[in-house]
Design a protein around this ligand. Sequence first.
Ligand code: G3P
Ligand code: CA
Length: 247
Amino acid sequence: MVLLNSKPPIVIAHRGAAGEAPENTPAAFKLALEQGCDAFELDVHLSNDGQIVVIHDYAVDRTTDGHGDVSLLTVDELQRLDAGKWFHPSYQGEHIPTLEEVFDLTPPHIEINIEIKGGIGSGIEERLAELLRQKNRTGSVVVSSFHFNSLAALNRIEPALRIGLLYELWLKDHALLPKAAGIEAFSLHPSFRRLEAGQAEAAAAQGLAVYPWTVNAEADMTAMIEAGVSGIITDYPGRLRNLLERR
Ligand code: G3P
Ligand code: CA
């Protein structure tokens, strides 16, 4: 089969190597690096005192030993929580990192897909653009979100920033979405279950990268590789790297 997009997909470690380490912690990102990922995907919120912190849920309860909303806790309060032992006792002592801390542990050749979850309406877009400038990371991240209003704001604040549209929609032509949303997009991030034959290649032909999520089973990884996607978001970056090496 001849693929329009014949380059192998990049390996994007979802919340770090979230299948094998506590998601969105330094341990998960370090494991993903050891397993040969090309990029991290992570989720961000704004703490009560305006720091960008890396955690998936709006509340800390599921992934830490604390309680309450991320937006009501200060960065110090958040970082005192244990973010590892819920996953396995051997990870006791892991913490919620700030985004700045993740930048500092990320080698320059590793890309980062930052998904904005919380802080919309509280200025997270401005804070993020400012931090990216400070850390010289504007050109090596993709910022995605289910909240297209937040992405449109980022388009205005920092036109050079690469934006990814994140969605779980059945679409006939995915490449039409940026125009429909009024967003200058670099990439499309559909649920992999919504991607039908030929659609990734059609979007790639329009110059859009396609990064489906969250692809964990080998059979699904193979289907996405054969569909010609540009990158695969997975909780098991080691599994995907091995699969790509065997091909
Ligand atoms: O960015 C892809 C994926 O992470 C979106 O869903 O809930 O895992 O953040 P979720
Ligand atoms: Ca995410």
